[in-house]
Each structure stands twice: as structure tokens, then as C-alpha cells.
Design a protein around this ligand. Structure first.
Ligand code: NAD
Length: 335
């Protein structure tokens, strides 16, 4: 096995992110010797075999964003209690961002906190969701409205698990990779997959180490996400998260242009990069602009006016946008 280890530097909560082919076989070495039981949480479509050498049991989550709910957390915690999982044991989340978000959230509140190891199996999970300690579930009112910060003990990214990933999910991963391209990872086009993943992870771990709880810099990881979250809700999740992020990135460029923060050529550059990654950036036809604007208001980052991460001459930064007409017109441009 040829794997790279990147450390998330968070003092006593620091942890390694392992990236490579075949590193699933390393997982047992990240399970503490004192652990008696290992709860593996995954989905039936994933099918990655985990061998920890401990007493272990697999728990299955439903598929799709609708399963990312408080009800799922309750059921998962109850099944852990019934199996006798204690606070000194460990939970391993094996799946995409839905599985790692839900499992780590449940782990963070189960017996007031049990250790979790993330093993992302989607491209989006590897470059983003499994790293950084943000956990959560959706409410009918919005995405990720309930959650915690709970850092994993380790993150194991085995590139070989991606061989079964459906086409749509590759697109979703590339939506997030396009985001990293614009927020400081450099030009990620034309690199080998493993290197693209590693470069994104390096940037993410660096940002998380600087701002674990999103008090400042970490917000740039939400580039393209304000519209993405609204689209996912408006479209009843028929658009995958990363696909929605791609549309959100193009939209953010349009808003930045309308505010005089970037030139038209920079907007075109956004389209070039999205095209390179084979991503669509047109607003789905059935989307209602009025509802999208209302959903912006409700986004959890809307503390004081609607905030967007926008490109500009100093790179991307958090900007408050008060002019609703700019937001509405930019939606029309990307239709
Ligand atoms: N916590 C964070 O910092 C963070 C960051 C970004 C995204 N997210 C969250 O991540 C979620 C999206 O994650 P996602 O795009 O991975 O979606 P997902 O977890 O829903 O997975 C998408 C589909 O791919 C399948 N799948 C995953 N890995 C597979 C594999 N190796 N082989 C075959 N099928 C596989 C899953 O079963 C599912 O059907 C969203 O809920 C989003 O809010 C969280």
C-alpha cells in the first residue's frame, strides 16, 4: 500500500487523514486497543468490507438526503444501545457525506460522545464531508440545520472504493473539486485523481486547523453553497449536493460581477473550469426565484443580511448582499 498521511492540526484533537489505494486494510491500526465493540455504519449499496479484529456489527442507513434526519439519529442510537455499544467503543462510518454526517452526529451525542472514524467512499466525502468535524442532519425547514462539531479520530480515504461510484456521484465530487479550484487549491485541472484528492484535502485540513468552528476563514468552504442549499431544498434533492454546488459557483460569479467585484472575463473563467470538470451550471427550469430568495434568508449563515462567499481581487471572502434585485437578476442570468 502506498498511502499519504495528512495531519489535521487541532492540538489534542489532531488526527490523520490517510489517502491511497488499499488503505482500508489499515483501519484496524486506528482502532484503540481498549475498544471492545466496533459499530460499522454504512449503506447497503456500498459494500466495503471492514475487518477490525474486534467484535463488530454493521448498521445500515437509508439512502438519500431524506434519510439525513433526526428520526434516523434516534433509530441509530437506539440500535447501538440495544447492541451494548459503550462510550469507550468506536463507530466507523463507511460511505458518502450522508453516512459520515449522520454517523458522526449520532456519535457526538451518543453517551455524550463516542469516538468515530470516517471512511469516505464517495469523491465528495473524501475531498470534503468526512474531514473537519462538521456533523449534522436536515430539518424539513432546511439543510444541516441541526448538528455538532465532532472531530473524527482518523479519516481513511481508500481510492479503490471509488471504482463502484455511480456517474452522478463523480459529478458531485467534481462540483466540490471545482470549488477548491477557486478557493485556493490552485489549478486542479489535468491532475491525476489521487493528486486532485490530496490537494483538496491539504487545503481543507489547513483551513480547518485555522478555524475549526467557522468563526472566519472556514466560511470560504461554502463557496457556491448558498444557492446550492436552496436548490437542493427547492428541487426536493433531485439535484445532488455537488451538482448544486456547480450551479452555485456560477451564480456566485454572477453576483460578484454584478457587485463590481470581478470582471466579465473572470465569470467566463468560472464557466471554463466548470466545463472542464463536465459540470452543468444552468438553473433547473422549474426553479421558482421567489422561493430561492426566501430560502436564502433562512440559510443558517443568514445572521445579519444574506451572506455569500464571493470572488474578488483578494480572492474569495464573505460578503453581505443587501440588494435583492442583484440576487434576483443573477438568478435570471443563469437560467
Ligand atoms: N460535513 C461536511 O463538512 C460536509 C461537507 C460537504 C458535504 N456534506 C454533506 O455530504 C452529503 C453529500 O455527500 P455525498 O455526495 O457523498 O452523497 P451520499 O452520501 O448521499 O452518497 C451518494 C450516493 O452514492 C452512494 N455511494 C457512496 N459511495 C459509494 C461507492 N463507493 N460505491 C457505490 N455507491 C456509493 C451512496 O450510497 C448514495 O446512494 C450532503 O448531505 C452534504 O450536506 C457535508
Amino acid at each position: 500500500m502506498d498511502a499519504k498521511e495528512i495531519i489535521v492540526n487541532l492540538g489534542e484533537r489532531s488526527y490523520p487523514v490517510l489517502v491511497g489505494s488499499g488503505c482500508v486494510n489499515e483501519i484496524a491500526s486506528y482502532v484503540r486497543p481498549t475498544v471492545k465493540k466496533v459499530a460499522i455504519v454504512t449503506q447497503e449499496s456500498i459494500g466495503v468490507d471492514i475487518e477490525t479484529g474486534k467484535e463488530q456489527k454493521t448498521f445500515y442507513l437509508p439512502i438519500g438526503e431524506h434519510g439525513k434526519s433526526i428520526e434516523t439519529i434516534k433509530e441509530l442510537c437506539s440500535s447501538w444501545v440495544n447492541w451494548g455499544l459503550t462510550r469507550s467503543d468506536v463507530v466507523i462510518a463507511v460511505g458518502g457525506g450522508m453516512v459520515t454526517d449522520v454517523t458522526a452526529f449520532a456519535a457526538s451525542i451518543y453517551h455524550r460522545g463516542v469516538a468515530v472514524i470516517n471512511m469516505p467512499t464517495s469523491l465528495l466525502g473524501m475531498v470534503d464531508a468526512a474531514i473537519g468535524g462538521k456533523t449534522g442532519v436536515n430539518l424539513p425547514e432546511g439543510k444541516n440545520l441541526v448538528g455538532t462539531f465532532w472531530q473524527p479520530q482518523a479519516v481513511i480515504c481508500d481510492i479503490e472504493t471509488l471504482t463502484t461510484l455511480p456517474e452522478k456521484e463523480w459529478k458531485c465530487g467534481y462540483g466540490e473539486i471545482a470549488k477548491y479550484h477557486f478557493i485556493g487549491a490552485g489549478d486542479l485541472r489535468g491532475m491525476e485523481l489521487e493528486l486532485q484528492i490530496t490537494e483538496c484535502i491539504k487545503l481543507k485540513t489547513d483551513i480547518v486547523a485555522q478555524d475549526e468552528r467557522e468563526g472566519g476563514k472556514r466560511a470560504i468552504l461554502n463557496y457556491g453553497h448558498t444557492l446550492a442549499h436552496a436548490l437542493e431544498l427547492e428541487n426536493q434533492f433531485s439535484l445532488g449536493h455537488g451538482e448544486a454546488v456547480a450551479v452555485g459557483i456560477r451564480y456566485a460569479a454572477q453576483v460578484a460581477f454584478a457587485l463590481g467585484r470581478i470582471e466579465e472575463s473572470r465569470v467566463q473563467y468560472h464557466e471554463e473550469v466548470l466545463n472542464h470538470f463536465n459540470l452543468k451550471y444552468v438553473l433547473p427550469s422549474q426553479v421558482d426565484a421567489g422561493r430561492i430568495l426566501a430560502l436564502f434568508e433562512r440559510d443558517k449563515k443568514a445572521q445579519d443580511g444574506i451572506t455569500f462567499v464571493l470572488d474578488g481581487e483578494n480572492g474569495v471572502e464573505l460578503v453581505k448582499v443587501e440588494n435583492q434585485n442583484i440576487l434576483r437578476n443573477a438568478l435570471e442570468v443563469i437560467q
